[in-house]
Design a protein around this ligand. Structure first.
Ligand code: 13P
Length: 288
């Protein structure tokens, strides 16, 4: 199967009570790792690309070409979406033009009227090309790739206004944070999540900040309509730890330094393991 928008895979997940993982990609190795895990698990997959990662990979066109190339070589059979993560208005337009199959327009830092106006415009432009749209209400806490949110809990009525614009998935702040959770974290606000789920007419809900949420809480959130869960930090942590361990073990010192392909392999393997574990937890295994 080729690139697809996230709409169909997420509507199915919402209806059948599981969640599809969005795993952020940063380079060729991460693309290969995430696609390998998804293919092995026969799970649909969303590849998240932040604006910073897009720049790092030499622009959105390069990202699309790399992903398509890897999919072709791997003979990918599962549904794959390339999705802009926390996009600005201009970033979303650029990704739509570059061939992404899904975009997030994060207007949560605007007042609600401006968020509604800009989200409506993005929906119109994206849907004309069959591209899915994620919008956000009530910012996600913490910092990710230069995008910082104060971590407000979303207002369910504002969520309904945004959901009614015809978006395909809704991210709502419910006490979730990018990066590591502090020790005194109060947990996800399930009462608000439940209310948002009930007022937004079965729209797939998105849980950002997927690293470090206890498994039971993840399952409970899925029960209230969370159909897409974003994970980035956990992959970064295991990748760095595995590569560090490899360097410290001092392999491949042949006077030429480390073989760059061997150097990164333990990191790739570590990401594959994390992604597979998450697919089992989220329930997306064998849903492709
Ligand atoms: P984590 O940093 O908790 O993995 O969250 C990633 C995320 O939400 C990307 O949008």
């Amino acid at each position: 199967m080729g690139l697809v928008s996230a709409t169909e895979m997420l509507n199915k997940a919402r209806k059948e009570g599981y969640a599809v993982g969005q795993f952020n990609i940063n380079n060729l190795e991460w693309i290969k790792a995430v696609l390998t895990a998804a293919e092995e698990k026969k799970s649909p997959i969303i590849l998240g690309v932040s604006e910073g990662a897009g720049k790092y990979m030499s622009g959105y066109h390069t990202v699309v070409s790399m992903v398509k190339g890897v999919m072709q070589t791997m003979n990918t059979t599962i549904p794959v979406a390339i999705h802009l993560d926390h996009g600005s208005y201009d970033g979303a337009i650029a990704c739509i033009e570059a061939g992404f199959s899904s975009v997030m327009f994060d207007g949560s830092h605007y007042d609600i009227e401006e968020n509604v106006k800009k989200t409506r415009e993005i929906v119109k432009i994206a849907h004309a090309k069959g591209i899915s749209v994620e919008a956000e209400v009530g910012s996600i806490g913490g910092e990710e790739d230069g995008v910082t949110g104060a971590g407000e809990v979303a207002d369910p009525l504002e969520c309904k206004r945004i959901a009614d614009l015809g978006i395909d998935m809704l991210a709502a702040g419910i006490g979730n944070i990018h990066g590591q959770y502090p020790e005194n974290w109060q947990g996800l606000n399930m009462a608000v999540l439940k209310e948002i789920g009930e007022t937004t007419n079965e729209i797939p809900l998105v849980l950002h900040g997927g690293t470090g949420i206890p498994n039971a809480m993840v399952k409970e959130a899925i029960g209230y309509g969370v159909s897409k869960i974003n994970v980035n930090t956990e992959c970064q942590l295991v990748f760095a730890a595995a590569v560090r361990k490899y360097i410290e073990a001092g392999k491949d010192l042949t006077g030429k330094g480390f073989d760059p392909r061997k150097l990164l392999k333990p990191g790739v393997d570590a990401i594959i393991d994390v992604v597979k574990e998450k697919m089992d937890l989220f329930g997306s295994t064998n849903q492709a």
